[in-house]
Design a protein around this ligand. Structure first.
Ligand code: ATP
Length: 644
């Protein structure tokens, strides 16, 4: 158990008895956010609510507890994303059944309504409003809803289905107004309030800045604006190092939002948001960007990002690119880390950043990502593992109680070289070349591809610019992929939101797909292109099998596409569940697609892709990790510069 959790449980009942916030108040905010599409207005709505909570807390603990629960309900999680079983996302069958039971309506009528509305929340609200009520139920509090949802998320085993339905029914019986709508949407795992996690963080920063300035109302004075900017930077930095709202809110209240990042630093057992790279198209472009800075080149391995934590108690954890705990998926890494500790008993705690790559023990070679993707993801037993892996370590972020992300890369490498001892074919350092000669870099790029890598990562080596910046896509971390030297510099990872019925040789399968980028500010999926190239017949058959159960009668409210043009609609819509990696010739604007449109300030025209070609399914990416609409705009703009 981590201490912040203990803190929460100890205080929770006392606090909530003191001053409960009603669920209806949060639902009012959700309703406003859903109706409003302007980002600034949405930020103001959310931050005002957060600020009210801070002001009404009789003491700091009350405010803290209320704010933590409200924040989690707003991002629709029940705890940090690296902790298991705290995610909602119940199947529609169970939810429709619960709704039928609690409202006394026939299941078939509920199902009909659902197929018409395509939104379980709306069906719940209408069903509840038609229900005769004898006694006005006691209003639901945020704390009750939070606790009940947590109980639903955590219940497993044989009778879990009926237990879940029981809890949902009790909550539904107490719902009034629009509460049933948002409760059901929360349970389904899709709130549809146009307000992504990134915006929640900014709203929190704004609320704390306004709360701290005393009046709770923000003025336009320079001092207040500076405080606001600092608050945003601090909260983002704190979240990147400690993605845990309980700790962040606690430290904001204790030390002030302007100092929160100093108190939310790396800790083994809490995954830090990984640093990311910017795509580049040529070695010349790299030279232009990095100019006379000293940099280093490393192989870009094609596997799965693995952040490896060695905890002081002797245990280890492996976290994915999106902070998921993958330790159980890689039981074969436990003996490797034990061996590492045995080789250097001085290691007490450590965080390594690495790429976990499929490895052929016979030919002593790297295997492609597609082979790694065949490994089981659940209930993995060491004895059943067929695909072996090797960790290619490229960074060290923490050593024996000390965060070293704010040291330059050359110094972090010294830690690596001194304390981490390579174990051939199990744990090796990323192959590197510290050279700024174009010829040497070209040769190194060729060599990386020859050694089954994707290309190179080019990183600043000295000074502040080479610090490890959690969650940032940094221009001092560049990726150069051999395949895309002539294209837009990178492949795109896009969410499959629709399908087209196959014709001719593709009859019986989907013949093409509608793809979308993810807008991190609004939490929406914005249509970007139709794709039908790059698929074998076997693949289409398998994709049809995988995506058929994800068909949904209507587009999700979070899908942004041209609703007035039937050409923009696919034959079938899907739940967002799969990410395709796509290679593309270039980006262009189009009235038919909506990617990035909101960033142009013109919702009529978005960005689309020319000649998209399927490469592979990105099994390691959640749909929220797809290429963001903001990145698409950046790529489009950098391409415009290149062309001009
Ligand atoms: P991609 O599709 O290129 O893997 P991505 O969106 O997953 O992109 P990027 O930040 O764009 O992530 O590319 C960097 C990724 O490359 C890292 O997340 C990591 O998984 C992988 N990688 C492989 N070798 C290295 C290395 N030497 N240094 C850093 N990252 C590396």
């Amino acid at each position: 158990q981590i201490d912040h959790e203990v803190h929460r449980t100890e205080n929770s009942s006392k606090i909530i008895a003191n001053k409960p916030v009603q669920y209806a108040a949060l639902c009012d905010v959700f309703e406003k956010l859903e109706e409003e599409t302007g980002r600034l207005k949405n930020l103001a709505i959310a931050s005002e609510f957060f600020c009210d909570i801070l002001k009404r807390g009789v003491n700091q603990d009350v405010a803290e507890q209320n704010l933590i629960e409200v924040t989690y309900l707003m991002i629709n999680r029940l705890g940090p994303d690296y902790e298991p079983d705290l995610e909602l996302g119940l199947g529609e069958t169970l939810l429709l059944k619960a709704l039928a039971q609690s409202t006394g309506r026939e299941l078939r009528h509920i199902k009909d309504d659902y197929h018409k509305a395509g939104d379980i929340g709306k069906v719940a609200q209408i069903s509840r409003s038609r229900q005769p009520i004898m006694f006005k139920p006691k209003p639901l509090t945020i704390h009750q809803v939070f606790q009940n949802l947590a109980e639903v998320a955590k219940s497993t085993g044989n009778s879990s289905q009926s237990r879940k339905i029981g809890i949902i029914n009790r909550m539904l019986a107490a719902c009034a107004g629009q509460e049933a709508k948002f409760l059901m949407r929360s349970l389904e795992g899709k709130l549809r309030i146009n307000f992504g996690e990134k915006s929640v963080l900014v709203a929190l920063a704004k609320a704390f800045a306004e709360f701290e300035c005393g009046t709770g109302n923000h003025s336009e004075s320079e001092a207040d604006l500076n405080a606001l900017v600092r608050a945003q930077d601090q909260i983002k930095e704190a979240f990147a190092q400690t993605p845990n709202y309980e700790m962040i809110i606690h430290n904001c209240l204790k030390y002030g939002v302007g100092h929160v990042a100093e108190h939310c630093t790396l800790k083994p057992g809490i995954p830090v948001k990984p640093m990311l790279a910017k795509p580049t198209k040529s070695i010349t472009e790299i030279m232009d960007t990095l100019q006379d800075r000293k940099f280093t080149c490393e192989y870009k391995y094609d596997g799965e990002r693995a952040q490896v934590h060695l905890l002081p108690d002797g245990s280890m954890r492996v976290y994915s690119r999106n902070s998921e705990n993958m330790t159980e998926r890689y039981p074969d890494l436990i003996p490797v880390i034990d061996e590492l500790r045995a080789k250097n008993p001085e290691i007490r705690s450590l965080i390594l950043d690495s790429e976990c790559v499929a490895w052929n023990l016979e030919s002593h070679e790297i295997l492609p990502f597609q082979i790694l993707a065949t490994r089981k993801r659940k209930e993995v037993q060491e004895k059943d593992i067929k695909v072996r892996v090797c960790l290619f370590v490229f960074d060290v972020l923490y050593f024996n109680g000390e965060s070293i992300i704010q040291k330059p890369l050359n110094e972090r490498r010294e830690y690596l070289d001194k304390h981490v001892i390579e174990i051939p074919e199990k744990l090796q350092f990323a192959t590197r070349l510290d050279s700024t000669s174009v010829d040497e870099m070209s040769a190194f790029l060729d060599q990386s591809v020859h050694d089954s890598c994707e290309g190179l990562m080019i990183k600043a080596l000295f000074g502040k610019e080479s610090h490890y910046e959690p969650s940032k896509r940094s221009k001092y971390w560049l990726k150069l992929k051999k395949d895309y030297l002539e294209g837009v510099g990178d492949s795109l990872d896009l969410v499959v939101i629709g399908g087209y019925i196959g014709k001719g040789k593709r009859t019986g399968w989907y013949g093409g797909f509608l793809l979308a980028s993810y807008n991190q500010d609004t939490g929406e999926y914005e249509s970007i292109c139709k794709i039908g190239t790059g698929f074998s017949e076997e693949l289409l058959a398998s994709l049809t099998e995988q995506l058929k159960p994800k068909e949904t009668p209507k587009p999700k409210p979070s899908y942004v596409y041209d609703k007035d043009n039937s050409n923009a609609e696919p034959d079938v819509w899907f739940e967002p569940s799969m990410v395709f990696e796509v290679k593309v010739a270039d980006l262009t604007t189009s009235p038919l697609y909506k990617s990035g449109a909101s960033y142009f300030g013109n919702r009529d025209k978005g960005i689309s892709l020319r000649f998209p070609r399927f490469i592979q399914i990105r099994t390691d990416k959640a749909t929220e990790d797809a290429t963001s609409s903001e990145q698409i705009v950046e790529m489009y703009e950098s391409q415009a510069v290149v062309q001009s």
